[in-house]
Ligand binder design. Structure first.
Ligand code: R5P
Length: 277
């Protein structure tokens, strides 16, 4: 068995190979003048772990070509499962994108592993998926630190609870409250943030809009410092610059999407799940 690193996940692939004591397959990726992509993988192994986050359309093409190039059993590790937010038909005529991705990946892979897929609906389109939870790793990063954790909305509250229980800190979520007939404001449901360091925890930070809005409100409520933490630092469209110039002090993320903010690795989580197979 060997490990194939796609261009979106080279460091995580290497970390997994080290933990699993597997060699890395030799890979070649290139782009033709017309924009088409090319993949070649040199491997004599009969089983392969292909590591590829889907953070762009190109990643999906390269993952498909990598699996096409390989012979034998394929375990597809997709640390960040892109396209998962389009997990149902919201408007008549729409494609359920994640269902198309599931069909494609499952036509090649024996098993697919991912980390904190966006929703149970997204996961339901797969038959061979193992969805792992990195929230305890986020919690572990903040263990014994003097913070409170906040979910930006009620929908993410269960995730934040898991992280906060490992960190050993207070947690809460932001709730919309009607102040008067014309104003709706956001408040932490139970706790006070005054004078405290708050960590806003989410599964994905994409444009940063959600955490920037939440942090503005928390500053008005007297929070001393605000940091944001997530599993998937998608950070689309200059989001990192917007977040760090909005008064948020830091971004802490895992390496499901490899960024300078990837201070926590999911390599052990994925490697031990692969060992269990
Ligand atoms: C929403 O369901 C997710 O948990 C995130 O809150 C959302 O994807 C963040 O997106 P953005 O950074 O673009 O506000």
């Amino acid at each position: 068995m060997d490990v194939v690193a796609c261009p979106s996940s080279p460091l995580l692939a290497k970390r997994m190979a080290e933990r699993l004591k597997l060699k890395m397959a030799e890979v070649e990726f290139k782009r033709f003048p017309d924009g088409e992509l090319y993949t070649r993988i040199k491997s004599d192994e009969k089983e392969h772990v292909v590591v590829c986050s889907l953070n762009s359309n190109e990643d999906l093409t390269l993952l498909t070509l990598s699996m096409e190039a390989l012979k034998g059993k394929i375990y597809a590790v997709v640390p960040y499962m892109g396209y998962a937010r389009q997990d149902k038909v919201f408007l008549e005529g729409e494609a359920v994108s994640i269902r198309a991705v599931a069909r494609l990946l499952e036509s090649y892979a024996e098993k697919i592993m991912t980390v904190n897929i966006h929703s149970a609906d997204a996961a339901s389109h797969f038959k061979k998926l193992k969805n792992l939870d990195a929230m305890p790793l986020l919690g572990n990063y903040y263990r014994e630190k003097d913070i409170v954790m906040l979910s930006p909305d009620k929908g993410s509250v269960e995730r934040v609870k898991v992280a906060a229980e490992v960190a050993g800190c207070e947690w809460d979520y932001l709730e919309k409250k009607r102040v008067d007939a014309y104003t709706v404001e956001v408040f932490p449901k139970e706790i006070s943030v005054e004078g405290k360091k708050v960590v806003i925890v989410d599964d994905i930070i994409s444009t940063g809009g959600t955490v920037i809005e939440a942090s503005k409100r928390l500053k008005n409520l007297g929070a001393a410092e605000i940091e944001v933490s997530c599993v998937h630092a998608v950070l689309a469209s200059f989001a990192a610059a917007r977040i760090l110039s909005s008064g948020i002090s830091d971004i802490v993320a895992t390496d499901t999407v490899e960024k300078i903010f990837s201070k926590i690795t999911v390599a052990d989580l994925l490697a031990s799940a692969l060992k269990d197979l």
